[in-house]
Write a protein that binds this ligand. Structure first.
Ligand code: H79
Length: 579
């Protein structure tokens, strides 16, 4: 009630200054995201009413149409017919113990299961409607697959997450701009059920695109409101970027949305600027079960994908599609088990590992880093193994995981030649572990932030309100218009490196370090990331000035840094000084 009043006031009053900051922490360093950053490998499960159709629909004219979790939409199945088919859904052989055991055997650290896909069918006994596995199926009325999976995941030490599609083909209000508020209320009620009953560590939204088939009235404001609501209920929830809205015709999602980015059926060639990320991919071509979908990727490809992803500081959410009886198809579990047996011996290269910025990505494999270890995952053992060095470091030890062979490391050309004495240990990737010593970090600083001046205009004029901001990490979103901020003080790097400063901003931002304009995003723009580099010396303090201005629409500003020795993060309070 009070909230609505405040929101109404904010809407009518020209607000001089920003509203509340919705960026509560930095996902790159926050303890609530620690498990996610370390996990690297999760199991996605696409399981729903569509699973009953097994990827095929017989039209009334006798012809066959094929798809999987999109079958209702792509094959234009009339709702009544889809409902009739799903009525006989009886996944009696769904065995949570076996599913979680498969994830464990694969070396996966978390599970994300579809609670509701685009067809709107809820996989738990929701009280919001009858379009769910309890009330609309032939399944045992005493069973609840989400409850079973959650309990088993807890028992076996696997984190539990839920997928939820905001886009809904079944609920008539979901495609109606006029009735959308009613749909949003039902969605919220369902999400409350999910949080209260299954306590997910992560919510994975989907269906954020702009489309007419059927229409999808969801907006960025809807996403921002929902995220605020969910985080108020559970501040530790991790939420993906698709809770927001992808603009019409835009392929890329925004860096400011959610806790992590979600490349789909692909993964990037380097860490993503400004956000944690998780690539979701399938083993055959489709997400939901389809009996004809038999072009399975090899365990070697899948394992190397995981290693590549970990070496770029991302997670791999690899999907399985249980059949209509609830069983993970054997070709999928076979591949998962093969990945797990490789990981059992080489997991150090993956879990808790991230980008190894000291070296260039090699053509013969991938390099990841964890603390004072570099892991060279060699896919092509026949090649000579050269490491191109981007940042000097010493090698104090070298060994091949699971092999007694010796490794010699010699300086050569632009880096190191690495020569193992023996044969590869397996065909997927042989891992060479280097113990390394890089530059000693300067002690953690003692700063308390930057001096901030908040101006009641969008051009740094008028009388500012002054305060100290511990870090520059703001998502004011829709809450403030027509203000500008100037932050001043000093920044103190802990390494002598060429630093990249990354500014997430909407809509005007400039960053000066040591008097040099490092980021110039002074042409008005929507939420995006801009960056620039400057060489700095460890422990020295450099003058910093940041100008940010907001006229209308959304307001965002974050300042991050990264270097060869410093993984990407919001510049932390300890390294920022008011004087
Ligand atoms: O759940 C899995 C897929 O079913 C779902 N996301 C994963 C995790 C997914 N559905 N579609 N896509 C992914 C690809 C998106 C297709 C689109 Fe379009 C093309 C969206 C906008 C253009 C088709 C045409 C849908 C709307 C218009």
């Amino acid at each position: 009630m009070l909230h609505a009043l405040v929101a109404a006031l904010l809407a009518v009053l020209p607000l001089a200054g920003p509203g509340p900051n919705h960026a509560v922490d930095d996902p790159f360093t926050a303890s609530r995201a620690q498990w996610f950053r370390d996990a690297r490998f999760g199991m996605f499960i696409h399981f729903g009413g569509y699973s009953q159709l097994e990827g095929e629909y017989q039209r009334s004219d006798g012809s066959t149409c094929q798809d999987a979790e999109w079958i209702m939409n792509k094959c234009k199945i009339p709702t009544a017919d889809y409902e009739r088919l799903v009525k006989s859904f009886n996944p009696a052989q769904f065995d949570a113990k076996a599913v979680v055991a498969t994830a464990k055997a694969a070396g996966q650290k978390y599970i994300v299961i579809t609670s509701k896909h685009h067809d709107g069918y809820a996989m738990w006994p929701t009280k919001v409607n009858k379009w769910n596995l309890r009330d609309h199926s032939a399944f045992d009325k005493k069973r609840d697959v989400l409850a079973e999976l959650k309990a088993e995941a807890d028992r076996q030490g696997i984190r539990f997450g839920l997928y939820y599609s905001t886009w809904d083909w079944h609920d008539p209000d979901a495609r109606s701009t006029q009735n959308f508020a009613r749909y949003k209320a039902r969605m919220r009620a369902q999400l409350v059920e999910l949080i209260d009953n299954y306590d997910p560590a992560l919510l994975w939204f989907d269906g954020d695109w702009d489309t007419d088939n059927p229409p999808n009235p969801w907006t960025k404001q809807d996403g921002a409101e929902l995220e605020r609501f969910l985080k108020a209920k559970d501040p530790d929830l991790l939420i993906n970027n698709r809770i927001s809205k992808r603009a019409p015709g835009v392929k890329e999602r925004r860096v400011v949305d959610g806790d992590f980015g979600t490349p789909e059926q692909t993964f990037p060639a380097a860490p993503i600027d400004g956000q944690l990320w998780e690539s979701c991919m399938t083993i055959p071509s489709k997400w939901g079960f389809a009996k004809w979908d038999k072009n399975f990727k090899s365990a070697t490809t899948l394992t190397r994908n995981l290693v590549d992803i970990a070496s770029r500081s991302g997670n791999y959410l690899l999907n399985v599609g249980p059949d209509k009886l609830g069983r993970i198809p054997q070709p999928e579990s076979d591949r998962l088990r093969a990945m797990g047996s490789w990981l059992a011996q080489h997991g150090d290269a993956v879990y808790g590992a991230s980008v190894a910025s000291w070296v260039a990505d090699p053509a013969w494999g991938a390099v990841s880093r964890k603390g004072d270890k570099l892991y060279l995952s060699v896919y092509d053992w026949s090649n000579s193994l050269h490491l191109k060095v981007l940042e000097q470091f010493d090698v104090t030890g070298a060994r091949v995981l699971n092999s007694p062979q010796t490794v010699t490391v010699t300086k050569a050309g632009d880096g190191y030649d690495v020569k193992p004495s023996g044969a590869k240990t397996n065909d997927v990737a042989t891992v060479i572990e280097l113990t390394v010593r890089g530059e000693q970090a300067a002690p953690i600083g003692t700063g308390n932030g930057l001096r901030a001046q908040y101006f009641p205009t969008n051009n740094w004029t008028g009388t500012p309100v002054t305060r100290t901001d511990p870090s520059l990490n703001f998502a004011w979103r829709f809450d403030g218009d027509n203000f500008s901020v100037r932050w001043t003080g000093f920044v103190q790097p802990r390494f002598s490196d060429t630093y990249t400063f990354l500014a997430v901003s909407d809509e005007i931002a400039k960053v000066w370090i040591d008097g040099k304009l490092v980021v110039d995003a002074s042409a008005p723009h929507q939420a995006r990331i801009d960056k620039g580099t400057i060489a700095l010396q460890a422990g020295k303090k450099y003058a910093v000035r940041v100008d940010f201005a907001e006229r209308t629409g959304e307001a965002h500003f974050k300042l991050l840094w990264t270097s060869a020795n410093q993984n990407q993060q919001v510049v932390p309070v300890e390294q920022l000084y008011t004087n």
